[in-house]
Unconditional design. Structure first.
Ligand SMILES: Nc1ncnc2c1ncn2[C@@H]1O[C@H](COP(=O)(O)OP(=O)(O)OP(=O)(O)O)[C@@H](O)[C@H]1O
Length: 769
């Protein structure tokens, strides 16, 4: 260890001591705060549980309770803040920083050394920063600047300084294991070490080794549409997670994690990335899959998922003009114009029922609607209609309360339910028993009729499915769709609705129609929407998401090469298309061409599969060449599969066996299970935890994920005939970090062309062997 490193180590020791000291103090503060919370909670619950029938002055006790409730929430908040501080300190402990910059500000004679880590740390008397948060304005210099004069943006404007030194550290358990000065953004040596590690169940944060283009994504606060097109493994997901942390840090006062939503490709992915933000001291943003989002918007219907569709289409012809039309922007414009021009008598009202009987008939609802001023837009008229229906409902509560079913229901209540029905009233509040009885009947009728009120609020008085069908019947069709096919599709749609099912292609126009008619469905509170694997989203869906999140800025990430569900598109064309769909004023495109995930050998093979693969830059981390095992009979193929899995499993914690679809995953799983392969898991779309061991899964569930080793089955011409074979093999190959083995039952798919084959070690068992 040289003198310089000794000096740095001494500083690390000092900072670590300071952290330990602050941890002790904060732990004490947390314990005290916890005691305080417990005490006020206890006091509150004791007072709150005093039987209100015995309390003389209810109003007074209520205001006292309210005050105590506030105390409880204040104490809890205080405790949460301290817990958060403690967690931040613990995150820093043992590895307090990863970078140092020496800067010379204009007019100064002495350079200043700043250390950069995952969070800020001040000394005990709060006079000096021992560590700067990686998101602080000055830290931008670490990621962006080469030595020499540099600029960085602060809330007070652009500042200039001179970057005199940039030093990188690897510090583990309080010891500097690696340290060097560099002029690069972040030197390859550190990145090598980070990427060479074994995968685990969770994605790691990359703040110590953020690359310059990634930094641009992270720190972009101007664009309202940021499109990131990046090759597989280029760090798109990593960059947006750090971006979220960055945005949260910089807009602490106006933005919280609940105002950010990430559309992720599957539940496994959500789990996989769930530790990144907490490791940076931030709360996770909301996460939803497209399937989850649609499930909530179509309660009671089984909506086809991308996965269902992908599985179905493998047996189809490959040309889907109707779906393409329904998933494009033209149809969304047609919905807009349809709603705009919809004549009053064309609205499709539905009966509102209660206890399986018509409560408000469709005809009655239409009459009310038609009596409203025609000058109002449809959405406003529907609001007025709702108000009128609610008022009628209130009247009806009174008449219903006199009916036998209410008296009977009241008889059936137990004591506790009866108590609840009294609400804040006491027996003394009634003149006599009759009044009390009438009150209870009315209250109960109102409660039971709440379902009708909910139905009114939720616009169940319009039959949207029927309305949508009418829309479909009148829409102008593009030339490539025949009237006959279109009518056939409508009939199929009706049948599906009968069975409570809905095809994915209908979802965006149907939601749009419903929202535009009723003026609802928009969420104003979200400020940022992130969409990962955007190549899987129909444009119509993006138009809808724009509508649903009208105030949000969008960040969309994709890799058209991995489009398992759609043909390829150029990034620039995509930006234009997206800007229109998302109505963006300040769009920005950033492309990432460097691939970090896989070894150079694996990336070189993967890029050779692509027609324009030379734009992919592999990162120089070496490993074994990928293997291709070709077997001509089932027994030999099975043996090769078993052998590959066993060999890889000896070296790695996670080996993924990827298949074309679910049926193949199931059959591979059955086979490996029979062979008593240990730690074996078959993953499903509903799984949300990623175990270690041997994981068998269809490729679409592996999107966004990575594994130490991958066995890709089966890459034969025969098996990949009905799919986009290049996209499939590319996506499978690029899930592997360290090792890749491809298995082919019979002749290999033409996707693995001559150039790609040169990057493989081919183990070819002859048919007649
Ligand atoms: N700057 C970096 N420093 C360290 N590791 C990085 C960096 N950038 C990316 N990586 C690593 O490379 C791998 C791939 O990153 P990520 O999953 O974010 O890529 P992606 O572009 O979203 O991939 P895909 O589209 O194939 O799912 C991850 O293991 C990530 O941690």
């Amino acid at each position: 260890m040289d003198e310089e490193q000794r000096r740095e180590q001494a500083r690390v020791n000092r900072v670590d001591e300071e952290i330990a000291h602050q941890i002790d103090a904060t732990e004490e503060a947390v314990a005290a705060a916890h005691k305080e919370t417990r005490a006020v909670e206890k006091n509150y619950s004791e007072n709150a549980s005093i039987n209100r029938y015995e309390v003389d002055d209810i109003a007074e006790s209520r205001s006292e309770l309210e005050q105590q409730r506030r105390l409880v929430s204040q104490a809890a908040e205080n405790e949460t803040i301290l817990q958060h501080q403690l967690q931040t300190l613990k995150n820093l402990q043992g590895s307090p920083y990863f970078g140092r910059i020496d800067i010379l500000d204009p007019g100064e004679k002495k350079t200043e050394s700043l250390y950069i880590g995952t969070a800020s740390l001040m000394n005990d008397d709060k006079t000096d920063f021992l560590v700067y948060d990686w998101r602080a304005p000055i830290s931008g210099v670490y990621y962006n600047g080469n030595l020499g004069p540099v600029k960085y943006t602060t809330p007070a404007g652009v500042q200039s300084t001179e970057l005199v030194k940039k030093r990188q550290f690897t510090i583990k358990n309080g010891q500097i294991t690696n340290m060097f000065d560099t002029n690069d953004t972040v030197g390859d040596e550190l990145l090598q070490a980070a990427l060479g590690e074994q995968n685990d169940q969770y994605m790691h944060n990359i703040v110590a080794t953020i690359q310059q283009e990634q930094n641009d994504i992270i720190r972009d606060i101007k664009s309202d549409l940021l499109l990131v097109q990046g090759v597989a493994g280029s760090g798109k997901t990593s960059a947006i997670l750090q971006r979220i942390a960055y945005l949260l840090y910089h807009s602490r006062a106006e933005l919280n994690a609940d105002q950010i939503v990430l559309f992720s490709p599957n539940n496994l992915f959500s789990h996989y990335i769930s530790e990144v933000l907490p490791s940076l001291g931030e709360r996770n943003m909301r996460q939803v899959t497209l399937a989850g989002f649609l499930r909530r918007r179509f309660e009671g219907l089984k909506v086809e998922t991308l996965f269902d569709r992908y599985e179905d289409r493998q047996v189809g012809s490959g040309d889907y003009p109707i779906a393409d039309f329904l998933e494009g922007t033209t149809v969304m414009a047609a919905v807009r114009s349809y709603v705009h021009k919809l004549p009053v008598d064309q609205l499709q009202f539905a009966d509102l029922t209660f206890h399986s009987q018509v409560f408000f008939s469709a005809d009655h609802i239409r009459e009310i609607y038609q009596a409203l001023p025609t000058s109002l837009p449809t959405a406003d008229r529907l609001v007025q209609l709702k108000n009128k229906l609610i008022r009628e409902l209130q009247h009806r509560v009174r008449t219903e309360a006199k009916k036998d079913w209410v008296a009977k229901a009241l008889d059936d209540l137990n004591v506790q339910q009866l108590h609840q029905l009294y609400g804040q009233r006491t027996i003394d509040d009634f003149k006599d028993e009759d009044e009390q009885y009438a009150y209870l009947l009315r209250k109960l009728a109102k409660r039971r009729l709440r379902v009708v009120a909910d139905a009114i609020y939720n616009n169940y008085f319009i039959d949207f499915y029927n309305q949508y069908e009418r829309f479909l019947r009148q829409v102008d069709l593009p030339k490539n769709i025949s009237k006959r096919d279109w009518i056939g599709m409508i009939t199929e749609y009706q049948d599906e609705i009968e069975y409570h099912r809905l095809k994915l292609m209908h979802t965006a126009p149907l939601m749009y129609l419903r929202d535009l008619l009723t003026g609802s469905g928009q969420n104003q509170s979200f400020q940022y929407v992130f969409i990962d694997e955007m190549q899987d989203y129909p444009l119509a869906m993006l138009v809808y998401l724009r509508h649903a999140f009208p105030r949000a800025k969008f960040t969309v990430l994709g890799d058209s090469e991995q489009a398992l569900f759609k043909p390829l598109q150029l990034p620039q064309a995509m930006l234009v298309e997206l800007s229109t769909a998302l109505d963006a004023q300040r769009p920005n495109l950033i492309t990432l061409n460097r691939s970090y995930r896989s070894t150079k050998e694996i990336t070189d093979f993967a890029k050779a599969l692509l027609p324009d693969g030379d734009q992919v830059i592999s990162f120089t981390r070496h490993g074994d060449k990928p293997q291709l095992k070709i077997r001509y009979d089932q027994a030999a193929y099975d043996q090769a599969l078993l052998g590959s899995v066993a060999e890889l499993r000896q070296k790695y914690d996670t080996v993924a066996v990827l298949t074309k679809n679910l049926a193949q995953a199931q059959s591979v799983y059955r086979f490996l299970h029979q062979q008593s392969v240990s730690d074996l898991h078959l993953l499903h779309a509903c799984d949300s935890e990623l175990p270690t061991g041997v994981l068998v899964l269809p490729i679409y569930l592996a999107k966004g994920l990575e594994f130490d080793a991958v066995v890709a089955t089966d890459v034969s011409e025969n098996n990949l005939a009905n799919v986009d074979a290049v996209g499939m093999v590319y996506t499978m190959a690029t899930r592997a970090m360290h090792r890749l083995t491809l298995l082919s039952k019979g002749a290999v798919s033409s996707a693995i062309n001559a150039v790609a084959s040169r990057h493989l070690v081919i183990d070819h068992e002859l048919a007649d062997k």
